[in-house]
Ligand binder design. Structure first.
Ligand SMILES: O=P(O)(O)O[C@H]1O[C@H](CO)[C@@H](O)[C@H]1O
Ligand SMILES: [Mn+2]
Ligand SMILES: [Mn+2]
Length: 403
């Protein structure tokens, strides 16, 4: 038997989505957005020289076919990328109608989203009175702060001090189907914040809001406020069994790394490593040593998205890509004969684009362990079908195996 490793670089899109014009950032369509392509251009033009320099250096993923995948997805020749691949490479297109993390991951796991998510309007107040009332009741407070679309870091600068004064939770949303609640870990209480999110989540899920997200932070008005790693997502479960369930129900270990457990409502998960991307990389490398025959390791590296994409930080995004790529030789050194490794993404988040939300894009599918091959234009769900095929499982979900 052999093992599979499915690694999602959160938001590392490669442009070219055929329906990008139906998705928006601040009223501007996502047409032309290209996360990797535009970062590579910015690097080559010296516009990303903060803490790094020059052309984008991602030799490991490029040799698996990253540059070729960017060109296939979007037609763009990304400067610094495009080496002759020795991996199997393709560009995947999403059919689910959301450009959010759960939509992307569920479809990668074989289950496209069959319904429309509920989004909150970009108005103030953003939340309907019954939801606000439920938050107040569950938290034992008489009001909420925020109640609008916002960036999670900007809203702390704006309302953190008022939160400390009044004790009211900061509630906000985005272009995603989310209700996020930020509160001070000590002043408001971390467990109290989790209990609040858990209490209201069923009401939101019934309304097809994908996630309630606890966003704890620390700090004070003088030194500023900073989010901690204790974020917790209370997510709607996927509408059908996913790749994770197929693996788990076959009695195989399903090792989650990063946000994977949260994204799949903790279904089909044997264990879940948590922490910063740096810690997750160590966990992934450790699993390359220890993962059992027949197991799946499913990892998500979120900081591309949360620290750099949403913050429109091009140099930071480039640094993180280069850091990630530079770690891979340690991972590859530990691979065993018969292992399949797939690197992919769940949506785009072009840091050169307007707004602060995700961008609708195709994503790369870069495979190590199945020889050199052009997979061409494929679907997100083909990833799950191929992993299941590799692991010898019965299910294939909505996709077709490219093995
Ligand atoms: O600005 P922050 O709080 O990071 O929010 C981002 O994180 C949310 C969940 O991934 C997205 O909906 C996006 O709005
Ligand atoms: Mn994501
Ligand atoms: Mn995001």
């Amino acid at each position: 038997m052999t093992r599979a490793f499915l690694v999602v670089l959160d938001s590392v899109g490669i442009g070219g989505a055929p329906d990008a014009d139906a998705f928006f950032n601040d009223g501007t369509p996502d047409t032309g957005a290209n996360t990797v392509g535009h970062i590579a251009e910015a690097c080559a033009e010296g516009r990303a020289d903060d803490g790094r320099e020059g052309a984008l250096m991602m030799p490991n993923l490029d040799r698996l076919g990253l540059g070729m995948a960017v060109k296939l997805a979007s037609g763009l020749i990304a400067p610094g990328l495009g080496a002759e691949p020795w991996g199997a490479w393709g560009a995947a297109t999403e059919v689910s109608k959301g450009k959010d993390t759960p939509s992307g991951h569920w479809e990668l796991a074989g289950v496209p989203v069959p319904f429309d998510w509920t989004y909150f309007p970009d108005e103030e107040p953003a939340f309907p009175p019954e939801i606000t009332a439920a938050i107040c009741k569950a938290a034992g407070v008489d009001g909420i702060l925020g109640d609008k679309h916002a960036s999670g870091t900007v809203i702390l600068d704006e309302l953190g001090a008022e939160h400390m004064r009044t004790g009211l939770p900061i509630c906000y949303t985005s272009a995603d189907s989310v209700l996020q609640i930020a509160a001070h870990e000590e002043a408001f209480g971390l467990e109290r914040l989790y209990a609040l999110c858990e209490a209201i989540a069923p009401m939101l899920h019934e309304r097809r809001v994908g996630r309630v997200i606890a966003r704890p932070f620390l700090g004070d008005a003088e030194t500023g406020f900073e989010r901690t790693v204790n974020r917790r997502d209370f997510a709607l479960a996927a509408p059908e069994p996913t790749l994770l369930d197929w693996v788990y129900d076959a009695g195989r270990p399903m090792h989650a790394v990063g946000k994977i457990g949260d994204i799949f409502a903790h279904r089909g998960v044997t264990d879940n490593a948590k922490g910063t991307d740096e810690a997750l990389m160590e966990a992934l490398i450790g699993l390359a040593d220890t993962a059992e025959d027949g197991s799946l390791t499913f990892a998500n590296f979120v900081e591309f998205d949360s620290k750099y994409g949403h913050r429109r930080n091009v140099a930071g995004y480039a640094r993180h890509l280069e850091w990630f790529d530079a770690q891979l030789h340690r991972f590859f050194d530990r691979m065993k004969p018969g292992d399949l490794v797939i690197f992919t993404a769940d949506h785009g988040n072009d840091p050169t684009w307007v707004g602060t939300d995700h961008t609708r894009e195709r994503v790369p599918v870069l495979c190590h362990g199945i020889g050199t091959r052009k997979l061409g234009q494929i679907g997100f769900a083909d990833v799950a079908a191929s992993v299941a095929d590799h692991l010898g499982l019965d299910q294939r979900g909505a996709g077709r195996s490219f093995l």
